[in-house]
Design a protein around this ligand. Structure first.
Ligand code: ZN
Length: 314
């Protein structure tokens, strides 16, 4: 009986992306197959886990818009092979050629696939700060890829974008008007949001997370992230949101698991500093509200230490 119950518990695990669940698309190097979220806008949801051999670094969302006069891809992905696999999926749903790739930021999982697209003659657009970030970190990101992805790193050669923008850029293509935005500082340099106003559809990039804990980096300003969220991101009031990580959802959900997390962590660290706490104990402030999220084990204490360092002198 005990064994039967154990089996039933296993069967009851929900079918969401998690580091505990096997690859959802074993026929492809992609972690999951793209789905059409609303007409003509697709996304392949990445594993809500760190990059591993099993997910091949497909742990963020790779999206595309079939405009009627060409395809716009959002994120080149973590490798040449991931970019190529996404291209295979695009060809399966349309004959329209890919005309533009937009990278969400300067991290490896946004840009290491650039060289696949550049080899196809497709321009790659990123924010100027994301391009600078990638130039600085690409060699290290490429080394990490080779270690975890092994043969799936083959073909990858770090290349920055072929075009950059500063404030925003509007793309008119087919039936779509696409606004490529940099709303302000958030998760990493040059964070880019792809906003499709007529459909009220936001491909948010790493300003927005759900299902897994957001990572906070040493150069992340969490106060700025919250300000950008409240003054620039949320007023756009998208009906649909594809976050940087986690399934397509709505604004309330990404607010809860991104903005609310940052506010809660800053409240806890602020109270801890007011009580005279030092860095050694800051790692262990209470984050139990978020313990059910994927990557909690990997990131919670690290995030707390970084926010302590940020807030210590505020
Ligand atoms: Zn990301």
């Amino acid at each position: 009986m005990k064994y039967i119950l154990g089996f039933m518990v296993l069967m009851a695990v929900p079918a969401v992306a998690s580091e505990d669940i096997a690859d959802q698309y074993p026929q492809s190097v992609l972690y999951s197959k793209p789905v059409e979220v609303i007409p003509h806008i697709y996304t392949a949801t990445g594993a809500t886990a760190p990059p591993t051999y099993e997910n091949a670094g497909h742990n963020n969302n790779l999206s595309f818009i079939v405009t009627g006069d060409g395809v716009v891809v959002v994120n080149a992905g973590a490798s040449y092979r991931l970019a190529r696999a996404l291209h295979d999926e695009i060809r399966a749903v349309t004959d329209q050629p890919v005309k533009l790739v937009i990278d969400e930021n300067g991290q490896g999982h946004a840009m290491l696939g650039n060289n696949y697209w550049i080899a196809q003659g497709v321009p790659v657009l990123a924010h100027v700060d994301a391009a600078a970030e990638f130039e600085h970190s690409a060699a290290q990101a490429h080394e990490a890829l080779k270690v975890y992805a092994r043969e799936n790193a083959e073909g990858t050669v770090p290349m920055g974008p072929t075009e950059t923008f500063t404030d925003q850029k509007t793309i008119e293509m087919g039936d779509f008007t696409i606004e490529v935005l940099h709303l302000g500082p958030a998760h990493s340099p040059g964070d880019t949001q792809v906003w499709i106003p007529a459909q009220s559809f936001m491909i948010a990039g790493d300003i927005a997370f759900q299902e897994r804990l957001p990572p906070i980096f040493a150069d992340t300003c969490t106060a700025c992230w919250i300000e950008t969220w409240e003054t620039k991101f949320e007023p756009l009031n998208p009906t649909w949101v594809i976050p940087g990580h986690g399934h397509p959802t709505n604004l309330a959900q990404v607010r809860r698991y991104t903005r609310d997390y940052l506010v809660d962590l800053r409240d806890k660290i602020g109270a801890y500093i007011d009580a005279g706490g030092d860095l050694a104990g800051a790692y262990y402030v209470d984050q139990s509200n978020w313990a059910h999220l994927d990557t909690f084990e990997e990131l919670a204490t690290k995030n707390a230490g970084i926010v302590f360092a940020e807030m210590e002198f505020e």
